[in-house]
Design a protein around this ligand. Structure first.
Ligand code: ADP
Ligand code: MG
Length: 738
């Protein structure tokens, strides 16, 4: 027998019915080879076990019917110019109309007498005489020669489609792959594991998912909760946990870290120059960080703390520790505005300790930049603050000992790795985030990090009053704004800036500013957005900080880190377009001083009654997003009901963690972490919002396994190891193992 190439190395073009055009479409769905196709599991299943007589249909039912086309007509709606094909379908018990939108070619397909199987939801025709209608049902032509007739009387898997490739076509392709390649499917999990976990094997599981028989529970299938789904999800989670654990293990072994020493005199001095004393939580995490730093292994720590809990001063302590031991430190922030704010607020403190500090920006002129780079390279400069400009290859440090990444969720994991590579030894790494990362995500994406949490606020912090306003009641929100401005406070008005329509949004923000200028003519109004040259941004920021501007109209650049104590109003337009974590960040910008903060959310979702927050998530939203994360962009919209619920929840709670969990449930991990990291975690089946216990199990199994066989050398681990390297080797730079 000829040796067969493995499924992951068998191009999808080998499948029956797949030519170059289809191959390109499949690639869009992330399917490049036979293995990909097998892992492309249906996102839902239709129950076509039961074909109902048309005469038994009632409005609201989701049903499958079988009948003959009696009539077919095509017309265009006058208002929205939709092309509508309407067919009348009859069986022995009655007739029903089925309508199809914007598929004019169907007029030719649905010839009189054609036998069809149709699945859809039955509604009562809203206009004219009361008739039953199915809108856009899935149809199958029964008397054609292909095998689709089989779809009758069974559970039919439905796949995510892409333009030009329907679920039905995908089904056919995948079915034919099963006929040719199913015998090559192999189990990679060691038998020792498989048994106690009680999952079916991979060769057992996949056919059930793609070709379920009538005995399967359709409810479990649709919740992706069958043992077969779990088997697949478990493998995905296990591989990632193994990869992260191995990476971490080897990092610690390969390159020694620096053992910093605590210079008490420095901290005595720091204490004197700080305008406040540390909270117990700050003391505790500083202690955790110092312990890490004084060990000769590398620190790899995530510092989590809600907006305003005081992470910057913790970072300051870590940097002083590094400099006190003769090393340099780098502080990287996601935006220029934020890095400048860090720079200006830290500079005087560093100065008091004789630590020299520079700001490195994207737009610095050649001479200026060259000088700064030379200073960094010579070691004259101890602390460098900047944006991702710090990652450019010409930035060479003399003795980089500590890297701090602020607002980590804005950066990809890979960027974090790059900064670390800037030193011949392993600098310690501290990443800070205000996005409270739900436990599952922390365990997954930050599987290689230790976590410290600041769980209390500096004294005197008040909760911000949050109120929702329908767009038509904007005046009421403006009254609050007016009142605050009149009593000498400052305010933000924020507009969303969503990438695809950035220009339009920017235009909207600029126009809005003109309107606000008229309306609040007695106050000084400024505009801040990402497209402004950085010098101008800085000057607007400085003006706001020095109260030369009362009202700052901004796109989301104020999202991270700005610290203006006199600002008490955060008015957010189009609030429904923001993620909850983002809204929470924005809300954290106000009420930082002694005055009460107000967060005013303007939305166009209609009335949102307060009980809305208790509304259960609908099936449509809780099933999450297509898990093919790398290739399919996340759904940007959710139903109105879900959107209302989100805002209601937001207005009700001030707890960043609760909000992050909510976001995770509704929007999936990509949205919670930020788009950059979306593509980096690619799961087909596993769902971090749902599979918490599976993830915990996978983490445990990964640890046990590596404990016994750190380099996966045992014969029974070979398949596992190969798969692991193939999936994560390059992404996590694992190189070769063992
Ligand atoms: P974040 O965690 O959001 O980065 P910051 O570090 O910007 O928060 O701190 C928020 C505000 O709280 C700043 O104005 C900071 O000076 C102040 N602050 C930090 N720690 C304390 C403390 N222990 N006591 C009083 N104020 C503090
Ligand atoms: Mg901060």
């Amino acid at each position: 027998m000829v040796t067969q190439s493995p499924l992951w190395n068998t191009p999808i073009q080998f499948a029956k019915g797949v030519g170059p055009r289809r191959a390109r479409l499949l690639e869009k769905l992330g399917i490049e080879n036979v293995e990909d196709a097998f892992w492309f599991v249906p996102w839902r299943y239709d129950n076509r076990l039961e074909v109902l007589p048309i005469g038994n249909l009632l409005p609201g039912m989701k049903a499958t019917i079988k009948g003959l086309v009696e009539r077919c007509r095509i017309n265009t709606t006058s208002r929205r110019r939709l092309v509508v094909v309407t067919i009348t379908v009859r069986d022995k018990t009655g007739v029903i109309e089925c309508v199809f939108f914007n598929q004019p070619y169907l007029e030719k397909t649905f010839v009189g007498g054609l036998a069809l199987l149709l699945t859809g939801t039955v509604v009562l025709n809203p206009r004219g005489s009361p008739r039953l209608v199915m809108k856009g049902p899935e149809y199958e032509i029964l008397d054609s020669e292909d095998s689709e007739g089989q779809a009758e009387g069974r559970i039919v898997p439905i796949y995510h489609e892409t333009h030009g490739l329907s679920s039905k076509q995908l089904r056919r392709i995948i079915q034919s792959l099963f006929e040719h390649y199913a015998h090559q499917l192999q189990e990679i999990l060691p038998a020792k594991l498989e048994k106690p976990l009680g999952f079916p094997t991979l060769p057992e599981a996949l056919p059930v998912l793609h070709c379920p028989d009538q005995n399967q529970s359709i409810a479990l299938l649709n919740q992706q909760a069958t043992p077969e789904h779990q088997r697949l999800a478990f493998e995905e989670l296990l591989l990632l946990q193994l990869a992260l654990a191995m990476k971490r293990h080897r990092q610690m072994e390969a390159t020694p870290g620096i053992a910093f020493s605590v210079q008490n005199a420095w901290f005595e001095r720091l204490k004197k120059v700080l305008p406040f004393s540390l909270t117990p939580a700050q003391e505790r995490v500083i202690h955790e960080i110092f312990q890490d730093m004084s060990r000769s292994t590398c620190m790899n720590r995530l510092l989590q703390g809600d907006v305003g809990c005081g992470k910057t001063v913790v970072a300051l302590h870590a940097m002083v520790m590094a400099c006190g031991s003769g090393y340099q430190a780098a502080l990287m922030a996601p935006t220029e505005v934020l890095s400048e704010q860090h720079y200006w607020s830290l500079k005087p403190l560093f100065k008091a300790l004789n630590i020299s500090c520079v700001l490195l920006k994207g737009g610095q002129a050649g001479r200026e930049r060259a000088e700064i780079l030379a200073e960094i390279h010579s070691g004259n400069v101890h602390v460098v603050v900047g944006t991702h400009a710090l990652l450019q290859p010409d930035v060479q440090f003399a003795k980089l000992g500590l890297v701090i990444v602020d607002e980590q969720h804005k950066f990809g994991v890979l960027q974090r790795a790059t900064l670390r590579e800037k030193a011949p030894w392993q600098p310690d790494v501290l990443v800070m985030t205000a996005t409270p990362i739900p436990r599952t995500l922390a365990m997954t994406w930050y599987g290689d990090l230790d976590v410290s949490v600041i769980n209390e606020f500096p004294p005197g912090k008040k909760t911000v009053q949050t109120k929702l306003f329908e767009a038509k009641n904007r005046k009421q929100a403006h009254q609050v704004l007016q009142k605050e401005l009149e009593s000498g406070r400052q305010a933000y008005v924020v507009y969303p800036l969503v990438e695809p329509s950035e220009k339009v949004d920017l235009q909207a923000a600029i126009e809005a500013m003109d309107l606000l200028r008229e309306q609040f003519a007695s106050f000084r109004v400024g505009l801040l957005h990402g497209r402004l040259p950085s010098r101008e941004k800085q000057s607007v920021m400085a003006q706001f900080q020095q109260k030369e501007i009362d009202l700052l109209v901004a796109t989301t650049v104020v999202e991270v880190g700005l610290d203006v104590h006199n600002a008490t109003v955060m008015l957010i337009e189009h609030a429904e377009r923001f993620g909850l974590a983002q809204l929470h960040q924005l809300r954290g910008r106000v009420g930082r001083g002694q005055h009460q903060g107000h967060c005013l959310l303007i939305h166009s979702l209609g009335r949102i009654p307060p009980y809305m927050q208790q509304m259960p998530l609908t099936v449509e939203t809780s099933r999450g997003v297509p898990q093919r994360l790398g290739s399919v962009s996340p759904p940007a919209e959710f139903s109105q009901a879900t959107a209302r619920r989100r805002l209601a929840v937001f207005a009700h709670t001030d707890d960043g963690f609760a909000l992050a969990e909510e976001d995770l449930k509704i929007r999936g991990p990509g949205q919670v972490l930020g788009v950059k990291q979306w593509g980096e975690i690619a799961f087909h089946v596993a769902d971090l919002g749902r599979d918490v216990s599976l993830l915990t199990k996978a983490r445990q199994v990964a640890r046990d396994l590596l404990h016994r066989d750190p380099d996966l050398c045992f014969p029974e681990h070979q398949e596992l190891k190969e798969t692991l390297l193939r999936k994560w080797g390059e992404k996590l730079a694992l190189g070769s193992i063992g």
